[in-house]
Design a binder for this molecule. Structure first.
Ligand SMILES: [Zn+2]
Ligand SMILES: [Zn+2]
Length: 341
């Protein structure tokens, strides 16, 4: 038999009249959808498949179930085996390489299918039934400016990790439900001390203030039972954002209880400014990449990424060595260099 494409005389892919190499050039053989979202139970780790919750025996089993459900496969190929390599793990977002051993037209070969996996955490039916009505505290996280998906994911991950590690020694540690509230999240959880600890760590790492209140929830064993609410009000700015304090522009490096540790946008030096003097002027996602045109001793010429004009920018003291491109933040028609993370 001859391949109709290249004329090679070898075994052909059934019903394609093509040799294997030509078939691979012309056809998608194994691929995932652009991004796959899966729902996992934060308490028991089970995984939602369609409308049903399924258990799994660890990562290998879970990635196998994901393959069964989401991998698209050309009809001519069969899967012999697979191995999963974690390329990037950001907790709620993972990039995975599925190294597939495939069988096509009498030959075994390797093929990599890339998968962007988004993990969403929601209590499964069993766990929510078991715990749904019981909680000792509500942890509320709020901010006036809408929290980005990344920030929401980050908060969910912190809360989940904390409660999960606590649950190793405390069977009464769990999140009974998580609610998406416009502008934030509500966690119904137990024990109460977990809510208190989490309100402290979240407000310290993201910057914010905590208010707590209690409510009589009933009596248990002759004692009054209180439910606590910990409200974390996050400041409108956080690490990576741009602020103004006393008319000077800074970038927030990290948050402390007293203020924000910041970097002077022009001079590149760091200092701490108190929260009551801070105004948000730009968010982290406004940073853009700009091409370096030329570099002098104290200044650099870069191409404005918005209008492609060449402009001079003073070199901050902490950024004397530049590459071919730099990261810039634009405010009131002025560009500022910002270090890459
Ligand atoms: Zn061919
Ligand atoms: Zn569960």
């Amino acid at each position: 038999m001859f391949c109709v494409e290249c004329g090679a005389e070898e075994e052909l892919v059934p019903e394609a009249s093509l040799c294997i190499d030509c078939y691979l050039k012309k056809n998608k053989i194994a691929w995932f959808p652009d991004r796959v979202k899966i729902t996992l139970c934060p308490t028991c780790d089970s995984f939602k498949r369609g409308e049903r919750w399924m258990g799994h025996q660890g990562f290998e089993d879970l990635t196998g179930q994901i393959l069964d459900q989401y991998l698209e496969l050309s009809a001519a190929v069969e899967i012999l085996d697979f191995k999963v390599v974690v390329v990037k793990d950001e907790g709620n977002k993972m990039l995975l390489d599925y190294e597939l051993g495939l069988w096509l037209g009498g030959r075994k070969f390797k093929h990599v299918a890339k998968l962007e996996l988004i993990q969403i955490f929601h209590s499964c039916d069993t766990c929510s039934r078991r715990a749904g009505t019981y909680y000792e505290a509500i942890l509320q996280v709020r901010r006036n400016r809408t929290l980005s998906d990344g920030e929401l994911d980050n908060i969910q991950k912190k809360v989940k990790d904390f409660v999960q590690s606590l649950s190793r020694n405390n069977r009464n540690a769990f999140i009974s439900k998580t609610l998406d509230i416009k502008g934030g999240l509500d966690f119904y959880l137990s024990p109460s001390s977990a809510g208190r600890e989490l309100s402290k760590t979240l407000s310290a790492s993201m910057g914010g203030i905590v208010n707590s209140s209690s409510e009589l929830a009933g009596r248990k064993d002759g004692e009054d039972l209180y439910r606590m609410t910990y409200l974390v009000r996050l400041y409108d700015y956080g690490p990576g954002d741009f602020i103004s304090a006393n008319n000077i522009l800074y970038r927030v490096m990290h948050m402390t209880k007293q203020g924000a540790k910041v970097r002077h946008l022009v001079k590149g030096v760091t200092t701490t400014v108190p929260h009551n003097s801070i105004q948000l002027v730009g968010v982290a996602s406004e940073v853009a990449e700009a091409v370096v045109v030329s570099q002098g001793q104290n200044e650099v010429q870069v191409m404005d990424p918005e209008d492609f004009r060449t402009v001079s920018v003073l070199l901050p003291s902490d950024m004397l060595e530049l590459g071919e491109t730099v990261m810039v933040f634009k405010k009131d028609e002025t560009l500022y260099l910002v270090p890459r993370k």
